[in-house]
Write a protein that binds this ligand. Structure first.
Ligand SMILES: [Fe+2]
Ligand SMILES: [Fe+2]
Length: 177
């Protein structure tokens, strides 16, 4: 039979013991760790910038539809913060340092921090919508780039990507071109 599953359990047992300080990272993780950590820290920064933009917009929004729009922004902000924490946790698991340095946040983020006037609800919706479309594209590329090298990191980004697509869809419903 072709493609038989064959592993050297005694070697795996020895290495698991010998390299115990590497935590959950085993030789089965084929990712270029340094580059992966760099990319994941870009995602950490992106999520924080999105959290801040949504939160700011939810607080200052004014106008006749403010309640509906602010509610959606708050909901998205909560989820961006959750993404931020989950990716930070993954960086830590991989032996890296989650980079939360505010000084470099904007330069590492894929999305921009644009905040239209308080009364310009459509402008806010547009800017958040654009940001969601940016992360949908960059996270899809990250998923492809990780490929089979680190299934857990890939699945994490895939899960987040799915939520970003929901965000974009919800903003699309409110957006008037
Ligand atoms: Fe997010
Ligand atoms: Fe989002």
């Amino acid at each position: 039979m072709q493609n038989q599953f064959a592993i050297d359990v005694s070697r795996i047992r020895q290495e698991a013991r010998k390299n115990i300080t590497k935590g959950p990272v085993t030789p089965a993780n084929k990712a270029d760790l340094e580059r992966l950590l760099n990319v994941l820290n870009q995602v950490v920064a992106t999520e924080m910038v999105c959290y801040l933009r949504y939160t700011q917009n939810a607080i200052v929004a004014q106008g006749i539809h403010r309640e509906q729009v602010a509610d959606l922004f708050r909901e998205h902000a909560d989820e961006e913060l959750d993404h931020f924490k989950r990716v930070s946790d993954r960086v830590n698991q991989l032996g890296g340092n989650p980079d939360m340095d505010p000084a470099t946040l904007v330069s590492r983020s894929h999305t921009e921090y644009v905040t239209p006037a308080e009364t310009d609800l459509q402008g806010m919706i547009r800017e958040n919508f654009v940001a969601e479309r940016i992360v949908i594209e960059t996270y899809t590329e990250i998923v492809r780039w990780i490929g089979e090298s680190d299934p857990t990191s890939r699945r994490l980004i895939e899960d987040i990507l799915e939520e970003e697509e929901e965000h974009a869809d919800e903003l699309n419903d409110l957006y008037q071109p």
